[in-house]
Design a protein around this ligand. Structure first.
Ligand code: SF4
Ligand code: SF4
Length: 121
């Protein structure tokens, strides 16, 4: 599901999405980039900061590092190297429930929905 907005999404940098526990998917290539950003050995990075669940490589899940690389409740310490999962949030949803959940979390998404009557709700 993709929501079609006319306005521009301007992240308010509130950290609310990172404070919730969800699944943050990461590719091997993205993991290499994060390891490089953190200046640590990629092998150590994958061993200490990722987990495999049902074949998926994850940076975070409700049971594994649920708040990921969040610091002070607001700042992502790997922001320039964050994976695509984080970069597209909250613009692509797998179903309506996921969209509704994002609406309760993200103030900028709520602002856009309010100012875009044609957006799906
Ligand atoms: S990697 Fe950064 S932006 Fe992505 S969920 Fe973790 S703290 Fe948030
Ligand atoms: S909840 Fe929305 S506005 Fe806040 S940091 Fe996440 S994407 Fe940005």
């Amino acid at each position: 599901m993709k929501v079609d907005f006319r306005g521009t999404f301007q992240c308010q940098q509130c950290g609310a999405c990172c404070q919730t526990s969800g699944w943050v998917y990461i590719t091997a290539c993205e993991g290499q980039r994060v390891a490089h950003f953190l200046k640590i050995d990629p092998v150590l990075f994958f061993r200490n900061f990722t987990i495999r669940e049902d074949g998926w490589l994850l940076l975070s899940s409700p049971e594994f590092k649920p708040h990921c690389f969040l610091q002070d409740g607001v700042h992502c310490t790997i922001y320039p190297a964050r994976p695509r999962t984080c970069r597209v949030y909250p613009m692509i949803f797998s179903d309506v429930e996921e969209y509704q959940a994002a609406l309760t979390i993200c103030p900028e998404l709520r602002r856009l929905v309010k100012t875009n009557p044609e957006a799906q709700e």
